[in-house]
Design a protein around this ligand. Structure first.
Ligand SMILES: [Zn+2]
Ligand SMILES: [Zn+2]
Length: 438
């Protein structure tokens, strides 16, 4: 709590607004006195030194252990369907003290946010998709292919809802994505460890109410319906060790969220750009802005109503472009209907959650990331990989590789230069690397 307030002020993140700081009835009893005791604590702070480091209130990935009873949630995408460098589209990573990690939605651009956390890809093998808009699963292909390239040596596991017809369900979307990558995968099979290049799909009934769709290692994940665009969208809750995380993909405010998200420790729900800004900045007509901003999505005022009903320990609003000139509008409108703890999310916001505390910070990430360490060793390609893949995808095995036409186009003039690289490697490593003659 103390750290939370420090952070919200020092980083300028609108985390806790007046209702929170000065006391309210949402499990934040004593907030006002904490606020003032923080000021007293500041007076007792250690002297500033020109040579000694001071503590920082920032999360550096791969620098903190997770306690056995702790949950860490990281926003890896908080934006909109229209892409921008500052915000990827919907994606929240949940990390648990038991070692489990879960990705909720994997919107356009979010895979690179995930990569910035430098988590070994074998641990990032579980993705829960709330609905099939591109801004909620547009980076699935990137983590599927790129994750395997960077060390995931097991299938990617995906959970998502069915639809009113098979074509509108998650299994169909994933199957078609795999087909879209036929050329990509055909060029890799037989050359690399192919175990990571497969996807397991777990499709469940979008109408199921609070149904368990995942249960393992003390973690229970449930799904309940949402209302957005077409039948099919859902929200999720994750419960573990008496902590409850709730994730709403997109939705108009719905009765299921009001019921099943109750008492969440962290409740993430969409909160769309305020209607006037949809007109002013997105170029919508007023009619479009009203429809999209209040009927298809959740307007800030409605977001507040939802949170006032479910009373989470921390409400998280996302799905708006968070700029200097939009944030106040969103915040003020939420505050017309909600006075509890609030985070206005942006990419790389981090929540550390225990029974006693919710600490909110921003992560500082390294953009120039390389592959994280491997959890398991890569194997050599298996004999028969190509045959198996060709059969599965309906591609003749003889077309998996170069034709004579292309093979004969290799320009031999580079041979001498490249032989030098083989020689260099052989000398450096003390073993003979044969230069391939074909
Ligand atoms: Zn959507
Ligand atoms: Zn969306």
């Amino acid at each position: 709590m103390k750290r939370l307030i420090t952070m919200s002020i020092s980083l300028g993140v609108v985390v806790a607004a007046a209702g929170y700081l000065f006391g309210n009835d949402h499990g934040q009893a004593g907030a006002a006195s904490t606020f003032f005791s923080e000021a007293v604590a500041a007076e007792k702070a250690p002297e500033v030194s020109p040579v000694l480091a001071r503590p920082r209130d920032t999360y550096y990935p791969n620098s903190e252990d997770l306690a056995k009873d702790e949950m860490r949630v990281i926003a890896c995408g908080t934006g909109m369907p229209t892409t921008r460098a500052a915000q990827a589209a919907a994606c929240f990573l949940v990390e648990l003290g038991n070692g489990d990690k879960f990705i909720f939605d994997i919107g356009t651009g979010s895979a690179e946010r995930l990569s910035s956390l430098q988590i070994p890809y074998d641990y990032l093998d579980k993705v829960f998709i709330g609905h099939l808009h591109a801004d909620h699963f547009g980076s699935l292909g990137e983590i599927f292919i790129g994750g395997a390239l960077m060390g995931r040596q097991k299938p990617l596991r995906v959970w998502g809802p069915n639809g009113r017809t098979p074509e509108l369900g998650t299994a169909y979307a994933v199957q078609k994505m795999k087909e879209m990558y036929t050329w990509d995968l055909a060029g890799r099979v037989g050359l690399v460890d192919f175990r990571g290049y497969s996807i397991e799909v777990n499709e469940f009934d979008y109408k199921a109410e609070n149904a368990v769709i995942y249960e393992d290692n003390g973690v229970t994940i449930r799904s309940f319906p949402a209302i957005h665009s077409l039948d099919g969208p859902v929200s999720f809750s994750l419960e573990w060790k008496e902590l409850k995380f709730v994730f709403g993909s997109d939705s108009y405010p719905n009765k299921w969220f009001a019921k099943y998200a109750k008492d969440a420790d962290l409740a993430v729900h969409e909160c769309f750009v305020a209607v006037p800004d949809l007109v002013k900045k997105m170029g919508f007509t007023p009619e479009q802005a009203l429809t999209v901003g209040t009927q298809i999505h959740t307007a800030p005022e409605a977001f507040g109503k939802v949170m006032q009903e479910i009373k989470p320990r921390m409400a998280v609003a996302y799905h708006f472009f968070k700029d200097f000139d939009t944030t106040a509008e969103v915040n003020d409108r939420i505050r017309t209907t909600y006075d509890g703890p609030l985070s206005l999310a942006e990419d790389f916001m981090v929540w550390n959650i225990t029974k006693d505390d919710i600490r909110v910070r921003m992560a500082v990430v390294e953009e120039h990331t390389w592959a994280p360490p491997l959890v398991s060793k890569p194997e050599l390609p298996q004999k028969g990989d190509r045959e198996k893949y060709g059969k599965e995808m309906g591609v003749p095995v003889e077309s998996l590789g170069y034709s004579d036409f292309i093979q004969e186009g290799r320009w031999g003039e580079v041979d001498e230069a490249l032989r030098g690289v083989y020689k260099e490697a052989s000398e450096a490593l003390g073993r003979k690397f044969e230069y391939p003659t074909k």
